[in-house]
Design a protein around this ligand. Sequence first.
Ligand code: NI
Length: 167
Amino acid sequence: MIRTIERYGSEILRKRAQQVNHVNGEIRAILQDMKETMHTFSGVGLAGNQVGVLLRLITFVHPDTKEDLALINPEIVWQSEEKEVGEEGCLSVPEVYAKIERSRKVRVRGLSEKGEEVVFDADGFLARILQHEIDHLNGILFVDHLSPSRRLLLGNKLKKIARGNGE
Ligand code: NI
C-alpha cells in the first residue's frame, strides 16, 4: 500500500521515533509499504516519520546492488572523522536540494526484517543515505545541517512547502 508522505512543516517529522520492541508481521507490512512508497516517489530512502509512523524504521535502496533494504532500530555506532560534501534531497522537502556535509564512513547496527541483529560498514552514498534516514528518526531534516545563511536562501521555498502542508 502506498502511503502518504508527510511534508516539511508536519509535526511528526520533528518527533523522535520510538524503538520497535517486537519485529512481527505488522512491522514487516509497514516496511513493505515504505518500500513501495519509496519507489513510487522515486526516493532512495524513507523513514517511518515520513509516512506518519513514529517507529524506528527505515528503508533504502542499496546504491550498488539497487536492492531494497530495511532496517529496524538502526543506529550509528561509529562515524569517520573524515567528511564528504554531497547533494541531498528529501521526499518530505520536495524540490529542495542542497550540499550537505556528512561522515564519509559509518558503522550501523540494527535489526533485519527477520529480527536478527546486523552490523555493517557503509561509505560514500550509502553512508549518506543512512545518516539522512537515521536523522529523520531523531526529528532532524537535511536542511537543518545547513548554515543559517544558506538556510535563509531556501527560506521562501521551505515556507511555501510548509504552507501547502495539510491544506
Ligand atoms: Ni529525507
